[in-house]
Design a protein. Sequence first.
Length: 132
Amino acid sequence: MRLERRSYRTPRARCSDGSPAGYYYAEGDGDTWIVFLQGGGWCHDAVSCAKRCAPGHKHMCSSLNWEDTYDAHGILDSRAPELRHAHRLFVRYCTSDAHLGDGEAFGLEFRGSVVVRAAIDEVVRLGIGHSD
């Protein structure tokens, strides 16, 4: 299943390098939603953050090289009867803070909680909980 890249409407939803965070989405035709928060570790001091965000690992801290589409796998590509018609939202992880932060340090931004709130806003905007 292929998901399309989208941007959050929340300007503060940013990756560690300040680039705009985003998500990938595939519309379903049912009432079920799959919202998947990508994992990927974190950094905790200037040295670990410099290593995490160094060239060659930049995708862990930046959205600048993200593709326009994401080929889903695992639960996001599930063909199980209960999930076949689900809406799918994949939250890319680029905040280096276990989806928890809202601050700045070491010349980086840590906006994971802002990104998660923006993702929830998007799910609501896209229709979760709305009946036809």
